[in-house]
Design a protein around this ligand. Sequence first.
Ligand code: ZN
Length: 281
Amino acid sequence: MNSSIPCTITSITKITTLTLSTILVIFLLIGCNYNDEPAGNHQHEHLKDKHKTEDYHKKEVLYSLPGLKHGLLQSPINILSDQSEKGKHNVTFHFKDKINKVDNLGHTVQLDFEPGSTVQIDNKIFEFKQIHFHTPAEHLIDGITYPMEMHVVNTLVGQTESEKETTEYTVFSFLFKMGRENRFIDEFIRLIPGTKDESKGVLTGTVHLRDLIDYDPQKVLNSYFYYKGSLTTPPYTESVNWFVMKTIIDASPGQIQQINKIEGDNARRIQAQYGRPVSYK
Ligand SMILES: [Zn+2]
């Protein structure tokens, strides 16, 4: 019965506190705005603030997208399968599958191709350059992060990787889940140099990329998501044709952990898509 009295007291106290706070804020505001400057200077200050805000936004853009002129085509992205549209590219491989070097680059494990393997995408020819790994995966599919991603990097014929700011790339991306031991990884894992920035020559014919997939590789290569993006490491060049394979490849937990132990967690964060279309085949 009497419970309403303390409640009312509380309400009054609340209202009083609120009113006092409001008065205090008004005083503070008046105090802040008060100065001896003529009215014209207020406007000047206001404009200065406006410029400050604009500068801030400019810095924000430069901060999140270093070294880029436009910067709306960054990678990786979270691929939403139900928002991708059917599309098709003519992809023809002239692949010799010759790997001649394994590198411990510290930030990644890399394998190098002997020159001479190419892939034609529509009317452009790209040359196979290198394969490297990210742990965990960089691209997400429908919000799922996989434990590892492998990038097969190809550059447009006639351009070199040293012209990183302008080179056009095609990257085939393979996502891994923990499962069976992967034959391809098994062929080179013991050859990875133990020291950072060291390379080890590989006898050609001993490490085969085709061993990545136990079943028909054509099926895997014919089923992908495609979008235009960037390199995921500096200088984040925005001229990459990304083919993210839909088939998730198996590798054993031990293999994934061993690669992660060398390169650490080297996945770039998901980038905004900015309305970029993603197609699938
Ligand atoms: Zn990569």
